[in-house]
Design a protein around this ligand. Structure first.
Ligand code: SAM
Length: 352
């Protein structure tokens, strides 16, 4: 039986503002009753026929899930974006249309191009001579082949590592994210956008930012969006490094990062920047692989971990204790998690 973490319901941070009453201006009540959300009161994945070991999803309270009142997003879509160098909003982004060719930083004047499929908000965009090579775990996903294969079998294989599968992962993430419904969510390291699309379709957020470092993943994401006829009114595709997020500090309600931390060059820098962009009471939900079941059996793996990380360029071997420690060190509290095999989903809240 897989180890189970403290499967708990995320509580709203005291005084945490909910988006529907944060803005005094009138808004449209567009959200219909979402029976599928309310009916997802309790997920008992132990009953699953999936080959993955048992996971108990976080409890969902019996009362109906409150309906977020989602604001119209069109004119505000680019307003959330900021210069990844200065962290100031991009000049004129509130009046620039989505098909503008570039956005400019009001402070350093750096220009960020619209690459048709996504906005490129990486620090080094526009540099001619300089190119930075990222660790293998980042570079792998930049290739056209892996981006193409990702939702065509690659991601489905995670089930063998204990991942419960997309739909269950989404339901579990939503229980943690509930206090942030109605606001802006960043689907960090979105890959080909499998969760970003679900967040948009759910209508639970006024804006979904699908963010990844891989140009090809973002192109793939855009293709799926077109194929599935998903409106991009509440969706922005952004290329950025997870450790240099292009948002104003304290401006984001939620960050979701599915199956990604093990690919990040520095989880510490990434979590620190996620904490920076979250508003007080904002929620960070992440899933990834852990492998702390191995070290007690083969202690040499723990000793060799830093070297393995250096070679593979990933950080697969973090445990839930280390994730909690890292979150706390970055000002994220109220750590909760579920575990199954090599799979973990955890959430932490930006301290008020
Ligand atoms: C295994 S995929 C996860 C995709 C998706 N979130 C999911 O749940 O399946 C990991 C993603 O992390 C992205 N990634 C790796 N390094 C990154 C970085 N430095 N900044 C942003 N994203 C990064 C990769 O491009 C890739 O799309």
């Amino acid at each position: 039986m897989a180890a189970l973490g403290t499967a708990t319901t995320p509580a709203a941070a005291p005084g945490a503002p909910r988006c529907y009453n944060r803005h005094p201006r009138p808004r449209h009540h567009i959200a219909a009753r979402r029976n599928r959300v309310a009916s997802a009161r309790r997920l008992d994945l132990c009953a699953s026929a999936s080959p993955s070991p048992a996971v108990t999803a976080p409890d969902i309270p019996d009362e109906a899930v409150e309906e977020p009142l989602v604001e119209p997003a069109a004119e505000t879509k680019l307003r959330k974006l900021a210069c990844p160098i200065c962290y100031y909003p991009l000049a004129g982004s509130s009046d620039q249309s989505d098909d503008a060719s570039s956005l400019e930083c009001s402070t350093c004047k750096k220009s960020y191009p619209n690459k048709q499929d996504y906005w490129d908000l990486t620090v080094s965009v526009g540099s001619i001579e300089y190119s930075e090579s990222m660790p293998a775990a980042t570079e792998l996903f930049r290739t056209p082949l892996v981006s193409f294969l990702y939702e065509r079998g690659w991601r489905q294989n995670f089930i063998w590592g204990g991942f419960p599968g997309l739909e269950r992962e989404f339901e579990m993430a939503k229980t943690y994210l509930k206090p942030t419904f109605g606001g802006t969510i960043v689907d960090a390291s979105c890959g080909s956008g499998l969760f970003s699309r679900l967040f948009v379709k759910s209508g639970l957020y006024s804006l979904v930012v699908a963010l990844d470092f891989s140009e090809n993943m973002l192109k793939q994401c855009n293709e799926y969006i077109k194929q599935e006829n998903i409106s991009d009114e509440r969706l922005a595709l952004v290329r950025a490094d997870i450790s240099r997020l292009p948002f104003v500090s304290g401006s984001i309600d939620a960050v979701h990062a599915g199956a990604a931390i093990h690919c990040w060059p520095s989880p510490a820098c990434a979590v620190a920047d996620i904490s920076r962009v979250l508003r007080p009471g904002g929620v960070f939900v992440a899933s990834t692989f852990v492998a702390d079941v191995i070290p007690p059996v083969i202690p040499v793996l723990r000793i060799g971990r830093p070297y393995i990380s250096q070679i593979t360029g990933n950080n697969t071997f973090l445990s839930e204790v280390e994730f909690e420690d890292l979150c706390k060190a970055c000002g994220l509290v109220d750590f909760k998690f579920v575990r199954s095999g090599f799979y973990i989903m955890f959430s932490a809240t930006k301290a008020s």
